[in-house]
Design a protein around this ligand. Structure first.
Ligand code: ADP
Ligand code: MG
Length: 434
């Protein structure tokens, strides 16, 4: 690679940090150019998890950054080593599950609110099926449940490369179940989920009012439990508090260990801010971390959002070191008139416009009258805020990042092809940003 290519690539990375601070990471320094010719930039990533992350969350910011730096349209692809062909979608892990590179035990800060949950997750990963079965983690949104579930899967894989793992959101489980019924492939579905060593299902509150899926889940649970296979579940409330969940499931969910995650203490919040800053390759002084922790209290997603705002302001003004002044300026603007757009603003405006209930958007309902506004919320949140796909999914009922990605590309296509949708989006954007 010529020195010129390296310089251009370094400039592109710097520009990505400005364009997409929420998804910038310190390890971008480890990225290498495989080839940059004919309008194609192929980037080598350290491993498949990071390649997947870049493909899912950073493709558009890399494309925009490359265009801004070079002045022409560049097509970006990510590969894991020098052998993957151009334009190949980042490979999926051989076990078939996609883990987020950030969500490791190392990156998880332990404090009084999550100590039990964290310890039980570690215990389970070190001895599947024999400590706490099932392990049921619950707590409100943005407190690290999904993070812990990813960490369990990764640790299990590290301990035993041959372990059969299935990790999916409950929404995905339900959708795959429905697909299996429609396609007449129920036998394959059953054997896939009933024969794993570790089944991890995120956000099981989605099972409520889904009687047929509950039934299937019940049998899956029993098959795994009887064979001493590990089951790990998460939900937004304790088993007994999930509405309309049948007693036989509630009681099974309590058979092992039920651990709650609570909002983090001040000290934990400071430590989390410092950890996240390091992950993003930012330098942050103690007083800045303390300031952020004192401003944002309830939810770690919002803590990350605050960090993103500060980082955005610092990188826009090309400052390596983030000062307290910058932090105050970035977070201060959230209180004044020129306020930052929040996902909550977007959801409120969209639900009023389409006359639907917020709870419906956050529910499992799949009717067109609900799906469309939900996807519009995801699309607008992606375009008008700095929140990551995970964060956006979290505000819309705990949907995972692939669902949000799908929604964004669907609405973006409609915006191009359907004048009615285009004018709705224009009107909604006007109302949200006014
Ligand atoms: P939940 O599934 O409970 O809604 P997530 O696991 O998606 O929450 O967490 C939201 C964000 O907060 C993620 O980016 C996650 O890494 C971060 N987070 C939550 N708890 C912690 C923690 N204790 N230490 C570090 N990061 C955390
Ligand atoms: Mg979650």
């Amino acid at each position: 690679m010529s020195q010129n290519t390296q310089e251009i690539f370094d400039a592109i990375i710097e520009q990505v940090k400005v364009l997409d601070p929420a998804n910038s990471r310190g390890w971008f320094e480890e990225l290498r150019v495989k080839d940059f010719s004919g309008g194609q930039l192929e980037i080598i990533c350290p491993d498949s998890e990071r390649a997947n992350f870049l493909q899912d969350s950073c493709n558009s910011s890399f494309t925009r950054a490359a265009q801004q730096i070079t002045g022409y349209l560049v097509s970006i692809s990510f590969c894991v080593d020098g052998t993957v062909k151009q334009n190949t979608v980042a490979e999926v892990d051989p076990s078939g599950i996609r883990l987020h590179p950030d969500y490791t035990f190392d990156n998880f800060v332990v404090g009084p609110g999550n100590r039990l949950a964290h310890a039980s997750c570690i215990a389970v990963s070190n001895s599947l099926g024999s400590t706490y079965n099932p392990l049921f983690i619950h707590g409100s949104v943005g407190l690290g449940k999904t993070h812990l579930l990813h960490a369990i899967c990764r640790e299990t894989k590290t301990n035993n490369q041959n372990a059969k793992i299935q990790f999916l959101s409950c929404e995905e489980f339900v959708n795959r179940f429905i697909d299996a019924i429609e396609q007449g492939s129920l036998a394959e579905f059953k054997s896939l989920y009933r024969t794993v060593d570790l089944l991890v299902i995120d956000d099981v509150q989605f099972l409520r009012e889904r009687e047929q899926s509950q039934e299937e889940f019940f049998h899956t649970f029993n098959a795994l439990y009887d064979n001493r296979r590990q089951i790990v579940l998460s939900a937004d409330s304790a088993p007994g508090e999930i509405p309309s969940l049948p007693e036989r499931l509630v009681s099974r969910f309590k058979w092992g260990l039920v651990a709650r995650v609570d909002a983090p203490s001040y000290e934990t919040r400071v430590a989390i801010v410092q950890k996240k800053a390091r992950l993003r390759g930012m330098n942050i002084a103690d007083d800045v971390a303390e300031y952020i922790a004192s401003k944002v209290k309830a939810n770690i997603r919002e803590l990350e959002g605050a960090l993103t705002s500060i980082y955005a302001l610092a990188s826009a003004s090309r400052q390596e070191q983030i000062s307290l002044e910058i932090a105050k300026e970035a977070l201060g603007t959230q209180d004044n008139e020129n306020k930052k757009i929040s996902i909550t603003d977007i959801i409120k405006t969209v639900t009023t416009y389409y006359d639907v209930k917020i709870t419906d958007l956050q529910s499992k309902k799949r009717s067109q009258s609900i799906t469309m506004p939900r996807q519009v919320c995801m699309f607008l949140a992606r375009n008008l805020t700095d929140h990551s796909l995970e964060e956006i999914g979290g505000h819309l009922g705990g949907r995972d990042h692939t669902t949000v990605m799908h929604a964004c590309s669907k609405i973006s296509e409609l915006e191009q092809s359907d004048d009615k949708v285009q004018s709705q989006l224009t009107e909604l954007t006007r109302r949200i940003t006014k």
